[in-house]
Write a protein of this length. Structure first.
Ligand code: NAP
Length: 240
């Protein structure tokens, strides 16, 4: 059995990625923070389709919680390792910089950027030892171009892009690829408070993307066919 871990797999883009990886015959570890019922729903979708998975809750901000959850899993699965890691969990707390509180800054950077470091560091040694791994980080076009009201979010995503490029250079010779996917506007809970009709006008494709479209790209980057792609940031944004 091959194992994949998707952070923030309870909803939105993460759920679609979990379903896609299960269709690719991975046993999917569905991480979430607090939304048990939605995480359970992701698992139900997977099992209804004949796939396999399990819930693995932890808060990506908490290194001790992450280390304990991963060590526990590793102990129970001593012969296996997690060969695909999708760092997808993320939050946004938008405001113009002069209104941003210390907590708005800290929580967004802690969830989006610090979490990627803690989890990736803990799983990397197994990938390097087994000489195969796929790390896919979900960033945002905001981390490439910036968006007003998102200095905290854009900084966190730009930080992940730097991590992606540097880590790819460290791991390429061990067949561990590290890439980032930068979605534009995707229909999920994260965008439901935004004015969708106004957003559509900004997008050359004149629509929002779907979580499934992002998941297809994750599926490709996970596959053997993507072995020579590493250190890249690939946008999926309808031309935005
Ligand atoms: P979403 O629907 O709001 O779902 C967020 C997911 O992250 C949930 O599963 C949530 O778990 C999990 N999460 C949040 N904080 C966490 C924490 N501290 N520890 C563990 N899990 C945590 O978001 P989405 O739209 O699918 O976004 C997924 C990723 O894509 C994010 O990194 C986001 O920045 C990025 N992105 C989204 C868009 C977009 O337009 N939607 C565009 C560009 C980039 P619970 O259910 O337990 O809360």
């Amino acid at each position: 059995m091959k194992y994949a871990l998707v952070t923030g797999g309870s909803r939105g883009i993460g759920r679609a990625i979990c379903v896609k990886l299960a269709q690719m015959h991975y046993f999917v570890l569905i991480n979430y923070k607090s939304n048990f019922s939605e995480a359970q729903r992701t698992l139900e979708i997977i099992t209804e389709q004949g796939g396999k998975g399990a819930l693995l809750p932890f808060d990506v901000e908490q290194p001790d919680e992450i280390a304990a959850a991963l060590a526990d899993w590793q102990q129970q699965n001593a012969e296996s390792y997690i060969e695909v890691l999708v760092n997808n969990a993320g939050i946004r707390r938008d405001n113009l910089m002069f209104w941003l509180t210390n907590d708005d800054w800290r929580s967004v950077v802690a969830t989006n950027l610090d979490g990627v470091f803690y989890i990736t560091r803990d799983l990397l040694k197994y990938m390097l030892h087994r000489k195969f791994g796929r790390i896919i980080n979900i960033v945002s076009i905001s981390g490439i171009n910036g968006l007003p009201g998102q200095t905290n979010y854009a900084a966190s995503k730009a930080g992940i892009i730097g991590l992606t490029k540097a880590l790819a250079l460290e791991t390429a010779k061990k067949h561990v690829t590290v890439n980032a996917i930068a979605p534009g506007f995707i229909e999920t809970d994260m965008t439901k408070d935004l004015n969708v009709e106004e957003l559509k006008k900004l997008v050359p494709a004149q629509r929002l993307g779907t979580p499934e479209e992002v998941a297809e790209l994750v599926g490709f980057l996970t596959s053997e066919n993507a072995s020579y792609i590493t250190g890249q940031v690939i946008s999926i944004s309808g031309g935005l």
